[in-house]
Design a protein around this ligand. Structure first.
Ligand code: GLN
Length: 452
């Protein structure tokens, strides 16, 4: 598959020809179920779009039954920015319902398969975007990351996935899951393409009150030669699988060899991250999902009165995982429990932020696993709590609002990709991409030496 950088240099004729071939390839690989529909707009470079980002006149459903039939009346800001840069949305990608999940199994459209092994999950919730890029069925894709949904499927499918600093990319037109955590970001074949797409979609937007008024760009100033100080967190790695530990040791060696300084730091036990995240995310989700009542949007199931219409529309429209989160969110917000759960989670969130600040006073980047293990078989995490626990390495980044990038390190003995993430201080995307490019290039030159 051509890269985004290459595609941006194609003539309109070559691009049109490419799109015809792309559509044929996607149709020939429909069993992957990476795409839920193949709408396209305009003549620009085609970019796959997660099914929770508004594209005008597309049916955008958040992977949910309750939004079947809904047609987006406007473009998300990221889509407007793509149009301006000569990119056009091409195809809606599959996802966990309302981005709640880590496997893409909770989608109304059925599961997406991992292109490296169809018995395994592609990760989630942006599993369709990750599988499309990994299978050569998209040049690049947009995903969204509330607690790891860009980085973890990128790691499971062997591609690059980047979550920007909270406030960098407008959330206007993104189907809200947990508004204080959500960010849209690029999912690409390599680090440079991620920087290019990040530059295109980021920047101030008056339509998003949490958008930050900074417009600094990174792709023209990428510098893999900078020597950085990179922290590793030993108490984090000890619970990872052998495959993840192996990739971690390799990345550390490669980074050292490239001239970076590796230092050890401690972070508080990640089990607190899980509690703080699932309290915060479900509380916000409950509020955000209240709007889906069958009246204004999507699927209505008529009852004999208004209340019955609400109940029927929501009972039939939402899947089990979404219902579970609505129940959890209402519980943690209810009077009597609010202080014990919601307020406490915000305190923990504050502590997590402070811990990261302390570390980033001394280092440029943190290297960490993305997930405790590589992609697993469908149904392996049928216990919801087990699935929540598998987000252990990604969610603190969202709680602290930091930028992070997941990139492929190696292939395990069982043939599955192993990814790791670099994390940077808020708004230091430049250092994040510089470090990621250095790691990517060092891994490639090591591979070349081995092949010789
Ligand atoms: N797996 C996490 C959750 O289910 C993260 C999802 C996401 O980032 N959208 O909440």
């Amino acid at each position: 598959m051509i890269t985004l950088k290459e595609a941006l240099g194609l003539s309109p004729e070559a691009l049109a020809e490419f799109k015809v071939q792309l559509r044929a390839d996607i149709e020939a690989n429909s069993e992957l179920n990476a795409y839920v529909a193949l709408e396209s707009v305009g003549e620009g470079v085609p970019i796959a779009v997660k099914d929770n980002i508004q594209v005008k006149n597309w049916s955008v459903t958040g992977g949910s039954k309750i939004l079947q039939g809904y047609i987006a009346p406007y473009n998300a800001t990221v889509i407007e920015k793509m149009h301006t840069a000569g990119l056009s949305p091409f195809g809606r990608t599959n996802m966990d319902e309302f981005a709640m999940g880590s496997t893409t199994e909770s989608s109304y459209y059925g599961k997406t398969l991992n292109p490296h092994n169809p018995a395994c999950v592609p990760g989630g919730s942006s599993g369709g975007s990750a599988a499309a890029v990994a299978a050569g069925l998209a040049i690049a894709a947009l995903g969204s990351d509330t607690g790891g949904s860009i980085r973890q499927p990128a790691a499971f499918c062997g591609i690059v996935g980047m979550k920007p600093t909270y406030g960098r990319v407008s959330r206007y037109g993104l189907g809200a899951y947990a508004s204080s955590l959500d960010q849209i970001g690029p999912m690409t074949q390599n680090v440079e393409d991620a920087a290019i797409l990040y530059d295109i979609i980021s920047g101030y937007d008056e339509h998003d009150s949490t958008s930050v008024n900074r417009n600094d760009k990174v792709s023209d100033t990428l510098d893999a030669s900078r020597k950085l100080t990179i922290a590793i967190i030993p108490n984090y790695i000890k619970d990872a699988s052998e495959e993840v530990k192996h990739a971690f040791a390799k990345a550390v060696a490669v980074l050292r060899n490239a001239g970076h300084t590796i230092v050890e730091r401690e972070l508080m036990d990640a089990k607190y991250d899980i509690s703080a995240y699932y309290v915060t995310a479900t509380a916000e989700a409950t509020t955000n999902l209240a709007r889906y009542d069958g009246i204004r949007y999507g699927n209505r199931v008529e009852g004999s009165n208004l209340k019955e219409t609400y109940v029927k529309s929501r009972s039939e429209g939402f899947g089990d995982e979404v219902k579970r989160r609505i129940l959890l969110g209402n519980f943690v917000l209810s009077s009597g429990y609010y202080d014990a759960y919601y307020v406490k989670a915000q305190k923990v969130r504050h502590l997590i932020k402070e811990e990261y600040e302390r570390i980033f006073n001394e280092v440029d980047l943190i290297l960490s696993p993305v997930a405790p293990r590589t992609a697993y078989e469908f149904g392996a995490l049928s216990d919801p709590l087990e699935m929540y626990l598998s987000d252990i390495y990604t969610i603190s980044v969202n709680l602290a609002g930091l930028p992070a990038i997941s990139l492929p390190i190696e292939t395990s003995e069982t043939g599955m990709p192993v990814g790791l993430q670099l994390i940077a201080a808020p708004f230091d995307e430049q250092t994040l991409f510089d470090g990621a490019l250095s790691l990517e290039q060092s891994l490639q030159s090591q591979q070349k030496r081995r092949d010789v």
